[in-house]
Design a protein around this ligand. Structure first.
Ligand SMILES: [Zn+2]
Length: 87
């Protein structure tokens, strides 16, 4: 029985694995971040995503980067405008 190549646990291996998990319908990096966050963080992030007056896409991208999630304002923008493949 052929086994899928196993990435190392921790470090970049874990990061790669996280990004490789393709969901039905697909999702963008913002969707992946939302899924990775705990419920409280994800709820806060969703509120911020919906609040365009208070949070620009670039300020959200900056906040995510500070929090350890690498993303760009264009990813945030695309997710906000539903130009991505998230549900
Ligand atoms: Zn998305």
């Amino acid at each position: 029985m052929a086994k899928a190549p196993q990435l190392g646990s921790g470090g970049f291996g874990s990061l790669l694995e996280k990004h490789s998990r393709s969901q039905p319908g697909g999702r963008c990096s913002i969707g992946a971040i939302l899924e990775d966050m705990d419920d409280k963080d994800a709820a806060d992030f969703r509120l911020a995503l919906a609040d365009r007056k208070t949070y620009s896409s670039s300020s959200l991208a900056r906040a995510l980067n500070e929090y350890g999630y690498k993303t760009s304002h264009s990813s945030v923008q695309r997710h906000r405008t539903k130009g991505c493949q998230c549900e």
